[in-house]
Design a protein. Structure first.
Lengths: 295, 326, 327
């Protein structure tokens, strides 16, 4: 075809604006707090992933003689726990389960909750009322209680803990998804798309999802810290991860008797939880303002 | 003038229920209450009225963004729902909205936004993109500069040109313009009006042009329909309406226009008070609460439309009392 | 001979600082006598609202650079501080806005809001202040004013709210009323009511008014004089008659055409092409030249000369100056 070369040339001459996510990324990079939080999260993630190569000791191996050695003990820079296991190694390994328990339920709930919320928001009417009121029943329970009740009913264990946390996060995400979708649905570009004769599925795919998933995603990232703390709480209560697995919440629990002997040591898992959750929160805040592109 | 109607609207009614709380009375907004009119092929029908008169609801009903409670829409002699599917109607009748920013998906480039419609109707992507670029060019935006842009990078006037291009992409016969130039600055508004005038001629388009600006409506319309609280007060050829308005409301609307003459400023308020709420419209003639000429019957019986001249009708009891000699 | 003007603005410049600077107002000068109505006519971004807000010092101080002189009643507005500024705002000068819903406080009744303003500026008893509030509502022709005194803003219709806001603005008998597009959001039949009301009140109170609008029709209804503003500067000033009948600046001509004055239905309009400049730098040549069909090389090279008939009638355009020279 003779026209193809010409068309290609025309295409090449079109000035392309940076896409939306590209712009968001550039704006995010200009926010020092968000960048810092992102770097901390990256470090924590790589520590967790490469734990076997980084950790100096076996996190399960304890020495009865070296219990609760203080921070700065030679060979154990962060001391040892109540069973004489190396704290540094346990904190590094603990990140694996803690981050996993923090991110996975939110990740699953993001998909399930968005699907429910977008459907309810776009279809509206009675369907919306039924779905949202049902979710409100779940939402009415304080999230901690709901998580405890669910994992109590399902029994202790990682998988049951994950299920419980996922169920806890579906209603809030669905709610946000529903409200964002309802407001986007009323915008005129969605009306214009409907007036083009496109079916509901196409309108949602092209015109709704792109504009609602961003805000939902931001909200979801802010839930990661909640999820981590809840997961830690479940472990603390003996409902989530079981000993001897290294996990920050569980470590906090088992070290709580040592608080009078080695308070700084006992606080270390708490510091990790705090650091991770605040990093996720700050990143989420940065993302929110980076996505708010007006002009 | 004898052209066959391309669009016939008969007895359109749309009431919106509003929730009156748990124990409150269920009330309805009578947004559009029995509106009937025709639009001839190639003409421009202007619809004017104040807020709450139902002009925007009428626009949305025409493209079926909302469904009427009762009433029929016939396009080119084909009755919607019987001889004509919704999908077909939407290809032939397109709409341009007032808010140029809200009308464009912030995540789509201008080219994608325009090409979306044709693709929905089965045009292959490459062809749709080419069409989008041609249309950008036609509405006065250099495709090389604008095809890859996002809505927030354009000015209001440029965005409204894109919205017009998007409507044109369907090759529609009718375009409903709902306050399409109202949000623009005057100098930009004039440019877009010029574009609309050119396109109308070039593509034999029919416009339904909704605006609160009587100057603009006079400029662009062949016929004008005046609405008040969900009903048609008066309809007729543009010069009849502006020179010989029959309905007291139309007279008041025209008198309310700023005079543009420093030596003949408006001295008397033509109409007092705000337009009443369409939730509980007045009985009888809906205008009687603000009308200077209202008499007993106006509050009791709704006036039927009365033909003043061929094609010029007004719904007012006064016109029946006096013979047509005037 | 005559009293000094109430408002004197001299070479006013306003620059917004930020990621990108905006030179919003670039050398605006005008005077306004007592009892006079001036309209600043311009499109969005022309700097007309910014000029108005400077008179009340309403611009965010940390993000704006204001230069030039602004005097109201002989007082230097830009130097005002504390108590003096508070008396100036709402006392000497008050303002009405396009959206009364934003200007009125939703949690207080109309009566309370007017009375509060009166007490703040005049130190009268709350009873006297309430009586003044009632009087004001009557003067802006709100029907059954006594009942409306106890109404909240959301309980009123758009036109009534606008009247209530005018009552609030005039409660302390200001010498100068600033009106920022107060009728733009209103329906046509309500707009003309408010315009006529403002005209009557202006004469009753004998105050000066600066009216900002984009609508020439509105300007003609209310003003004695018009200043046409473009890209942060006045391009032409004169009496309303002079601007409507003998406009000299191409931009004024374009605006008149865009308002469809004498337009032939269905014929192409003589529209101004293009869009106003972004004002990221201060213009060093005629800001309108890129859109002007008469533009010459000299227009793009330097700021246009001003042809001045007298203090209040001038045009800043090379064409008018040449016409003068050859005549």
């Amino acid at each position: 075809m003779a026209a193809t070369a010409e068309q290609l040339q025309a295409l090449a001459r079109i000035e392309k604006s940076p896409g939306y996510w590209q712009t968001v990324g550039r704006r995010l990079m200009r926010d020092p707090v968000a960048v810092g939080a992102g770097i901390i999260i990256l470090i924590l993630l790589s520590l967790a992933i490469f734990a076997p190569w980084i950790a100096p000791h076996d996190p399960y191996h304890g020495r009865m003689l070296g219990r609760l050695s203080p921070i700065g003990t030679p060979g154990h820079p962060l001391g040892t726990d109540e069973l004489g296991r190396d704290m540094l190694s346990r904190l590094i390994y603990g990140g694996r389960l803690s981050l996993f328990m923090g991110i996975t339920p939110v990740f699953i709930a993001f998909f399930v909750g968005s699907a429910i919320g977008v459907a309810a928001g776009y279809i509206g009417g009675t369907f919306n009322s039924i779905v949202m009121r049902t979710l409100d029943v779940l939402f009415a329970f304080p999230s901690v209680l709901l998580a405890i009740a669910l994992s109590g009913a399902l029994g202790a264990g990682i998988v049951n803990g994950l299920i419980a946390l996922t169920v806890v996060f579906i209603p809030p995400i669905a709610r946000i998804a529903e409200s964002v979708t309802t407001s986007v649905r009323k915008l005129e570009y969605v009306e214009a798309a409907r007036a083009s004769g496109a079916n509901a599925f196409t309108v949602v795919r092209v015109h709704v999802l792109g504009n609602v998933l961003g805000p939902i995603f931001v909200y979801a990232t802010s839930l990661i810290s909640v999820s981590m703390i809840l997961a830690a709480g479940l472990s603390f209560l003996g409902l989530g991860v079981r000993p001897p697995e290294p996990e920050w919440g569980l470590m906090l629990n088992t070290l709580r008797n040592a608080i009078y002997v080695q308070p700084w040591l006992a606080a270390l898992p708490g510091v990790m939880i705090f650091l991770t959750s605040i990093s996720f929160n700050l990143l989420s805040d940065g993302l929110r303002s980076a996505m708010d592109i007006k002009t | 003038m004898t052209a066959s109607p391309i669009l016939q609207v008969d007895g359109l009614v749309k009431h919106f229920p509003i929730k009156g709380g748990l124990f409150g009375k269920r009330q309805v907004v009578r947004a559009v209450d029995g509106v009937t009119f025709d639009v001839a092929a190639g003409e421009t029908l202007g619809i004017v009225g104040e807020s709450g008169c139902g002009k925007s609801t009428t626009a949305r009903l025409l493209v079926q963004l909302i469904e009427p409670d009762t009433g029929q829409i016939t396009f080119n002699g084909k009755l919607l729902g019987r001889d004509l599917s919704l999908r077909e109607l939407r290809r032939h009748v397109q709409m341009v909205f007032q808010d140029s920013y809200a009308s464009l998906n912030p995540r789509l480039t201008m080219e994608d936004a325009i090409a979306f419609g044709p693709q929905v109707h089965g045009v292959p992507e490459g062809k749709a993109r080419q069409l989008a670029r041609d249309l950008l060019d036609r509405v006065g935006l250099d495709p090389q500069r604008f095809a890859g842009r996002y809505p927030h990078e354009l000015s209001g006037g440029q965005r409204q040109r894109v919205n017009i291009a998007r409507a044109l992409a369907f090759e529609p016969e009718v375009i409903v313009l709902d306050e399409a130039v109202s949000a623009l600055d005057k100098s930009v508004e004039a440019q877009v009006l010029n574009l609309l005038v050119d396109l109308r001629q070039e593509r034999k388009l029919t416009y339904v042009f909704i605006s609160h600006d009587l100057n603009v409506v006079r400029f662009i319309s062949d016929r004008v329909m005046v609405m008040y609280l969900g009903e048609v007060a008066e309809i007729g050829p543009v010069e009849d309406i502006y020179e010989r308005p029959g309905h007291p409301y139309t007279q008041a609307l025209l008198a309310a226009m700023p005079s543009m003459d420093p030596d003949q400023r408006t001295e008397k308020v033509p109409l007092s008070g705000d337009p009443p709420n369409p939730i509980n419209p007045p009985s009888g003639c809906r205008f009687h609460t603000r009308c200077a000429h209202a008499f007993a019957r106006c509050g009791q019986v709704a006036p039927p439309p009365i033909e003043l001249n061929p094609g010029h009708r007004a719904a007012c009891h006064l016109l029946r009392e006096e013979p047509k000699a005037a | 001979m005559s009293k000094p003007p109430l408002v004197e603005v001299e070479d006013l410049t306003v620059r917004f600082k930020g990621a990108r600077d905006v030179y919003a107002v670039n050398g605006v000068s005008f005077t306004l006598d007592e009892g006079e109505v001036l309209t600043i006519l311009g499109e969005s971004g022309s700097g007309k609202s910014v000029t108005l807000k400077t008179l009340l010092r309403l611009l965010p101080e940390n993000r704006t650079d204001i230069g030039g002189k602004v005097r109201v009643g002989g007082e230097d507005v830009l130097a005002m501080q504390g108590r003096k500024l508070a008396d100036h705002r709402g006392g000497t000068v008050s303002m009405i806005f396009q959206d009364p819903m934003l200007a009125l406080d939703p949690v207080y009744t109309i009566g309370e809001q007017i009375a509060e303003a009166v007490i703040r500026h005049e130190k009268v008893s709350s009873k006297a202040a309430m009586a003044r509030a009632l009087e004001m509502l009557e003067r802006v022709r709100i029907p059954s004013a006594a009942r409306r005194l106890k109404a909240y803003p959301h309980e009123m219709s758009g036109g009534m709210r606008q009247r209530a806001m005018i009552a609030l603005a005039l409660a302390c008998k200001p010498k100068l009323l600033l009106a920022d597009e107060p009728t733009t959001a209103l329906d046509a039949t309500v707009q003309i009511q408010i315009l006529l009301l403002l005209r009557e009140l202006q004469q009753e109170f004998g105050m000066s008014v600066i009216f900002v609008t984009h609508d020439i029709g509105v300007a003609v209804e209310v003003s004695d004089r018009i200043a046409v503003m473009y890209a942060g500067a006045f391009v032409e000033t004169g009496t309303t008659r002079e601007i409507i009948r003998e406009a000299k600046h191409p931009y004024t001509h374009g605006l008149l055409a865009a308002n469809l004055v004498g337009a032939k239905p269905g014929q192409r309009l003589d529209a101004i092409p293009g869009a106003p400049p972004a004002l990221e730098t201060r213009p060093t040549s005629c800001a309108f030249a890129p859109r002007c069909k008469h533009a010459m090389d000299i227009c793009r090279a330097k700021l246009p000369p001003i042809r001045r008939w007298h203090d209040r009638r001038w045009v800043s355009c090379v064409l008018a100056a040449e016409e003068h020279a050859s005549a």
